[in-house]
Design a protein. Structure first.
Length: 874
């Protein structure tokens, strides 16, 4: 496959002002009539170049230029390109293509899901619908007429406003949609199906009434309220926080079962993976409710950060994704608990994005090259991209940042722009120079900060030395220092916050500062101190970096209970737990476990005056995946074992406290997704999980009772998970069966049921995983089912996946090969755990590598999997 380079970007030779589409939807295929108003791009130096349109898997039926049919010699159909050699400066091109949505298993372009037609055009799916310059810097006004059988497809949707509808005879009907806003074709959408409509309205800040509509299959009619409420909250928040008002008269959301990702921000017609939009108390967990709210917000926020101002090319993907993730995390923090939201985000970043940044697919937030753009919808583009925007926010402060975003939206409305344009708007609005900061977009790899300190008691000076380095990544060595905002505080021995007085300061210095690191090494001196302080470093995780500092366990314990920064309090607890677990990896079975860890956890569990939402998070031991990420050469089974040992040790020591905690947090009142109730349920379910790890009979009874009597899925699934992961084998079988019996008609719940088993070292050994793949509810065409079995097994079931005989690796390789033909995007994502082979101890890494080689040797490998596998083996 060919590599595409950012350096080879050229403006489009032709622009398309309007697109007129007519879809004739039938059961055996769809005919697409497209008429484009094309003109030469005055900004291009390509002159009278041939017109080249992209295509993929299309059957071309006819081509006409200015109404005159072209003969075969006048154009060339190369499959992936339609070339018209000689065209005037301005013309109308009409193309008719035939496609087969019913056989489209890649889920790109137009396809069928549960009997409905739907589309996914980002990044390059529009070319699977018709020939078109499929690149985001060609922006056009779309008019779309959809024709279909009226009884099978009563609902016909596309972007914008519906301007005409009527019957066509023979039981067919049509609806025409017009989108007044020019947009790139990746934002095009079409839906046709037998769907129920849920309606609401939103009055914008300027008093316009917006028609809000959700379209779902009839069985899901009662699962729309949460998404609709989330949408209204998002619309209000974007007005209040960013001054962004919605621009069309209608905003539609559609739920689709078969979807490669979470959701898609098509203009005025967002399409969602059902699991990311449908919720009810009985079927969705707290995590799902929160995720839905965040994704609804994310897609809605794209209307400005992505749609009104879009990307010039796909190297700029983080322009919309990084900024929009930042916006949705601000929103989630505002409507929930800011500290918990930060903890959740940093957990993902440190566990998964840092691993990506240290692996074979490492790439900058603005990549310089790719083979398959679908492979670049990564944690680096999304999460690290959001961290980069967050750092700008930290450096500029909220007011200047808002000035910068106002300028960005005003300056670039209706344009396709670059990350550089975004940074320039921030600079112009604030007067700050962000030239060095731009390196965050260009250099891959996670910066490392080596921090050391000394206290000069004679002079009362605390000296902090910070040295930054950025590791080499594939194709990038010898990196320059980056501009890093580093937030810190200093604590005195009674836990009080000390003033951070630099030499130049007056007497009343602040107790928290954001230091700006720009050079390789910085020394900061804090004056006027009577004792050596305990440093609270990188508060709020103010930059996506690794901090290395020789913390003692006393310091960790101290920060865990005294740091006024909630995030750092949690982080100190994590660090302590990591330290204890690491000390046990490969150690004799009877080696002792630091009693101070038990005491700290006892304090967390029993002191109900602490912030319970924070406590619920502090009780979560660092995941095995994070411990692997931290290791130099990871011995996965030993890491798993050491972590389990600590967990069981804590559970035994704190048994009575856990039972008391469980009882204290028994829910009262109606179920609500509030930070307070979420914390109670989380504490309860953690207590249950721990008790069942030590075969506690009372815990078992509590779990059984909770499983039967819960009025919500968080508790029911919490009890199910605890029992499945216990040694009570009979209970495990029984509850799994009962659960399935009860929820078998609900695909989202069945997905949960699959993943609880696939992620469990008790219920998810290979023979059981194979049985799940044969289960009648499993479907190879449904990405959610694949993720919930194969993805959960390889990503969460470390003990089974990393079996020393390599059977877990081979199993994954087999599934990737199988999927490569039907859905390459999903296949390429599933490979991820194997791509980390260099991270593991030799016995494992060799086996992982040979599994990758087996995939590499499959004939007819897709471009998606080819890129990931070859880069991993390079
Ligand atoms: N912008 C959307 C990306 C997306 C996507 C990309 C590739 C293949 C399928 C896809 N579905 C959605 C989602 C978002 O970030 O909002
Ligand atoms: Zn997005």
């Amino acid at each position: 496959p060919q590599t595409i380079y950012l350096s080879e970007y050229r403006v489009p030779a032709y622009l398309v002002d309007t697109v007129d589409l007519r879809f004739e939807l039938f059961e055996d295929g769809t005919r697409v009539h497209s008429t484009l108003a094309v003109r030469r791009n005055p900004e291009s130096d390509a002159g009278a170049a041939p017109l080249e349109l992209d295509g993929d898997s299309l059957v071309l039926e006819s081509v006409a230029l200015d109404g005159k049919a072209l003969s075969e010699g006048e154009y060339e159909d190369r499959g992936d390109k339609l070339i018209v050699e000689s065209v005037p400066e301005q013309f109308e091109l009409s193309v008719v293509t035939w496609i087969e949505p019913q056989n489209n298993t890649r889920l790109e372009g137009l396809y069928k899901s549960s009997g409905m037609f739907c589309t996914q055009c980002e990044a390059e799916g529009f070319r699977c619908i018709t020939f078109f310059p499929d690149r985001p810097d060609v922006m056009s006004r779309f008019r779309t007429r959809v024709e279909a059988d009226k009884s099978a497809y009563p609902v016909l949707l596309s972007n914008g406003n519906d301007v005409e509808r009527g019957d066509l005879g023979e039981g067919r009907h049509f609806v025409t949609w017009e989108d007044p806003f020019p947009k790139p074709c990746y934002l095009f959408a079409l839906v046709a199906g037998d769907l129920v409509e849920k309606r609401d309205t939103f009055t914008t800040c300027s008093g316009r009434d917006i028609d809000l509509r959700m379209y779902v299959e009839p069985r899901n009619a009662e699962k729309c309220d949460h998404a609709m409420d989330s949408l209204k909250r998002s619309m209000r928040w974007d007005e209040e926080t960013y001054g962004r008002e919605y621009d069309l008269e209608i905003f539609m959301i559609v739920a689709v079962d078969d979807f490669n990702m979470g959701a898609m921000e098509n203009k005025g017609l967002n399409i969602f993976n059902s699991s990311c939009v449908l919720a009810s108390q009985e079927t969705a967990t707290d995590v799902a409710f929160q995720r839905i709210e965040a994704i609804v917000a994310h897609e809605y926020f794209h209307n400005w950060s992505g749609n009104r101002v879009t990307c010039r090319d796909w190297f700029q993907l983080s322009l919309k994704e990084g900024f929009t993730v930042f916006r949705d995390s601000q929103f989630s923090a505002d409507v929930g608990s800011p500290t918990v939201k930060r903890i959740e985000d940093v957990n993902v970043l440190r566990t998964a994005q840092f691993a990506e940044d240290g692996g074979p697919m490492a790439h900058p937030v603005r990549p310089a090259s790719y083979m398959e753009i679908s492979n670049f919808y990564t944690l680096t583009i999304y999460e690290k991209g959001a961290e980069v925007v967050r750092m700008i926010h930290t450096l500029l402060g909220p007011d200047m940042f808002r000035k910068g975003s106002d300028l960005y939206f005003q300056r670039h409305d209706g344009q396709a722009v670059t990350t550089d344009d975004f940074v320039r708007a921030m600079e112009d609005a604030s007067g700050r120079d962000l030239s060095q900061f731009r390196l965050w977009y260009e250099q891959a790899g996670t910066p490392v900060l080596d921090v050391s300190d000394e206290f000069d008691s004679g002079q009362g000076i605390y000296r902090l030395t910070i040295r930054q380095s950025i590791p080499d990544t594939p194709g990038q060595t010898g990196k320059k220092p980056q501009h890093i905002p580093f937030a810190l505080g200093l604590l005195g021995s009674r836990g009080e916050s000390l003033p951070l007085r630099l030499e130049s300061d007056s007497q009343d210095a602040p107790t928290e500062r954001v230091l700006e690191l720009t050079g390789e090494t910085h020394v900061f001196e804090f004056h006027g101190l009577n004792e050596c302080p305990v440093p609270s470093l990188l508060r709020q995780f103010s930059a996506p970096v690794r901090v290395r500092y020789p913390w003692t366990r006393e310091q960790m314990l101290f920060l865990m209970s005294h740091d006024p920064d909630g995030f750092n309090r949690w982080d100190a607890g994590q660090r302590l737990a990591v330290d204890v677990i690491q000390s046990l990896i490969g150690a004799p079975k009877d080696s002792s476990i630091d009693a101070r860890l038990v005491a700290a956890y006892r304090h967390l569990i029993s002191d109900s005056s602490l912030d319970q939402a924070l406590v619920a998070n502090m009780l979560q031991l660092p995941s095995a995946a994070y411990l692997i990420e931290l290791a130099e050469s990871a011995d996965a089974p030993a890491i798993h074992e050491a972590r389990e040992r600590v967990l069981k040790h804590l559970a035994i020591a704190l048994r009575d406290d856990l039972v008391a905690c469980y009882r204290r947090n028994l829910e009262e009142g109606d179920y609500a997704v509030t930070p307070e109730q979420i914390a109670r349920r989380s504490l309860r379910n953690t207590a249950l999980a721990w008790l069942l790890q030590i075969n506690d009979e009372e815990g078992r009874e509590l779990a059984q009772r909770q499983f039967r009597n819960s009025d919500n899925m968080t508790d029911r699934l919490g009890a199910l998970r605890a029992l499945v992961n216990s040694d009570y084998e009979e209970d495990r079988e029984r509850v799994l069966e009962e659960f399935y019996e009860r929820f078998q008609e609900d695909p989202q719940v069945v997905e949960q049921w699959f993943s609880v088993q696939a992620a469990s070292d008790r219920a998810g050994q290979l023979p059981q995983i194979r049985a799940l793949l044969e289960h009648r509810a499993f479907d190879w065409k449904n990405p959610n089912k694949i993720r919930s079995v194969v993805g959960a097994f390889a990503g969460q079931n470390l003990a089974a996946f990393h079996r020393p005989d390599g059977s877990g690796y081979n199993f994954l390789a087999d599934q990737v090969c199988r999927l490569d033909d039907s859905n390459p995007q999903i296949a390429a994502r599933l490979v991820t755990p194997l791509t980390r082979w260099k991270k593991f101890a030799p016995a494992h890494s060799e086996l992982m590598k040979s599994a990758l080689e087996r995939i590499r040797d499959k004939s007819g490998l897709s471009r998606d999997v080819y890129e990931v596998v070859h880069k991993s083996l390079a």
